[in-house]
Ligand binder design. Structure first.
Ligand code: ZN
Length: 137
């Protein structure tokens, strides 16, 4: 089995953003030369997410609004007793999960028709990292 590892870096303009990273994952798969296997894509932070969904501006806005309803920005999280102020971002990270595994067939991401990979940033405006680990042969 071969493996290939890459790191993607993001510094978002806004505190919360959803970024389509499918192209960068595809590039990592191409560079790996792996034709059959899987790619693990994982946020290396506890205030960010990786998830699969639809490249459609309405649903992306709905995700941001839904995350804010379920885990609103608010000064009163217990986490803030430690001097932090990002309790909401930890919760939002959990809502969207922190990693995905994507199948690779014939050297390409083997997705359903509308599936894309997204990076969810919940506490941005600083440099954050994502690992892409491609495995297979
Ligand atoms: Zn924190």
């Amino acid at each position: 089995m071969k493996t290939h590892t890459e790191y993607l870096y993001f510094t978002t303009k806004n505190k919360r953003e959803i970024i389509n990273i499918t192209g960068q994952v595809e590039e990592a798969v191409t560079k790996s030369g792996i034709k059959d296997g899987m790619a693990l894509v994982s946020a290396m932070h506890i205030t960010a997410s990786i998830f699969i969904n639809d490249e459609e501006s309405g649903i992306k806005q709905d995700f941001l609004e839904w995350a804010e309803r379920l885990a609103p920005f608010n000064p009163n999280y217990n986490h803030h007793r430690t001097g932090e102020s990002n309790g909401d971002a930890h919760m939002k990270s959990i809502l969207f999960n922190h990693e995905v595994v994507v199948p690779i067939t014939k050297g390409q991401l083997d997705f359903g028709p509308w599936q894309q990979v997204f990076y969810g940033e919940w506490d941005g405006q600083r440099k954050k990292r994502v690992i892409v680990k491609v495995m297979g042969e």
